[in-house]
Design a protein around this ligand. Sequence first.
Ligand SMILES: [Zn+2]
Length: 68
Amino acid sequence: MRINCLSCGFKVELDDVYDDFEGQVKCFVCGAMLEILTDEGMLKKIKLAPAPPLTGARPGRVGGMAAT
Ligand SMILES: [Zn+2]
């Protein structure tokens, strides 16, 4: 499935594992974090996630999803 990045408008391609998913995905174009809720391949909710703090960040990843 695809979602529209709310920040840059790019259609982000998501794998089948996101067909039933709640959490954050990262737009690889602009780097915006999007909070999505999907159910059976349908997008139920999407919003921009608050940007993670840039200072004082702990080592390791921020948020739930591995976004490379
Ligand atoms: Zn984007």
